[in-house]
Design a protein around this ligand. Structure first.
Ligand SMILES: Nc1ncnc2c1ncn2[C@@H]1O[C@H](COP(=O)(O)OP(=O)(O)OP(=O)(O)O)[C@@H](O)[C@H]1O
Length: 301
């Protein structure tokens, strides 16, 4: 499989403002790559450089083996893009907008566009200015995908979508992967990235701090556990389990953070009568705090 996106020491500064620094990543053909980071981390900047809406300050980027600065026209012709803020000609309806893009791209058949609009519940009949952010976003997504480009670059594609529509969108992304297309999308929500991405790149304060298969990122993260038994139990064997931190025992209830082996904990719990068990993954914010030493909060400036 070929490399579809490659960046080397990619740096973009905005005057004295940070932007991104020395980003080196590579995305393979046919993979769904999640670009994960908190607000202000540099996701939009990276995407804008890939599409040559911004020139790099230093370093370089290639898409389909083509230089993003020299060959941006050829690159853009083969990329479906959802920008961070999808705000185009506000007087046009979604339908008119899609027809405009279809003419621009030489697409005759709008069948797939209508199918996508239907699946996402996009209202094509109203002027864009009368649509909510989420409903605009749906048209933005249809616009990015309907010509079936080999590569999709989507900036926060699920922002503003309600959970059912997010679900449908993730399903579409899986279908696109099934067709061998490559999807690069940014997000600050770990849960959606882990459900659909093969690999995840983590960006923080403008620097790429990690690239991992999604499973590895999830597995290395810890879980918050809460066990409730039908009567108070001896907490000591639980406290002594390997990887248990922040342990609290209150009568029949134990709560702790578990790094590592689930199996031993479950077998120990099964010696008693369990009334309730909660097993929650950490938030992205906690993962950042624990593994990447960052706040995970807005780092603008
Ligand atoms: N036009 C600009 N002028 C000056 N600084 C900018 C500009 N655009 C972005 N930045 C700065 O570059 C850094 C990265 O911003 P960027 O928008 O790429 O982050 P992001 O990860 O996409 O965040 P968000 O999730 O909030 O969209 C931030 O510190 C931001 O303040």
């Amino acid at each position: 499989m070929g490399v579809v996106i490659k960046t080397e020491n990619l740096t973009k500064t905005y005057g004295r403002s940070r932007g991104i620094r020395d980003v080196g990543l590579s995305v393979e053909e046919g993979e769904v790559f999640g670009f994960l980071g908190p607000n202000g981390a540099g996701k939009t900047t990276t995407i804008r450089v890939l599409l040559d809406f911004l020139h790099p300050t230093s370093g370089r980027a290639e898409v389909f083996g083509l230089d993003t600065v020299k060959d941006s026209v050829r690159i853009r012709a083969n990329v479906g893009n959802l920008p961070g803020e999808f705000a185009l000609e506000d007087r046009l309806t979604g339908e008119q907008l899609l027809r405009f893009f279809a003419r621009l791209r030489g697409v005759k058949d709008l069948g797939y566009a209508y199918e996508l609009a239907e699946r996402l519940g996009a209202d094509l009949s109203r002027p864009m200015r009368r649509l909510s952010r989420g409903n605009k976003q749906k048209i933005g997504l249809v616009q990015a995908m309907f010509h079936r480009p080999p590569l999709l670059i989507l900036d926060e594609p699920t922002g503003g979508l309600d959970p059912l529509v997010q679900e449908e969108f993730l399903k579409i992304v899986r279908e696109l992967r099934g067709e061998g297309r490559t999807v690069f999308f940014s997000s600050h929500v770990l849960s959606e990235v882990e459900r659909v991405c093969d690999r995840v790149g983590i960006i923080r304060d403008g620097e790429l701090v990690d690239v991992e298969p999604t499973d590895a990122l999830i597995n290395k993260s810890f879980r918050h556990v809460r066990l409730v038994f039908d009567e108070p139990v001896d907490p000591r064997p639980f406290r002594a389990l390997e990887g248990v931190r922040s342990f609290r025992a209150e009568g029949p209830e134990l709560s702790f953070t578990l790094y590592g082996d689930l199996d031993r904990m479950v077998k120990l719990a099964a010696r008693h009568t369990l009334v309730n068990m909660e097993y929650e993954r950490p938030s992205l914010e906690e993962i950042f705090l624990t593994y990447y030493g960052g706040s995970g909060r807005n780092n603008d400036g």
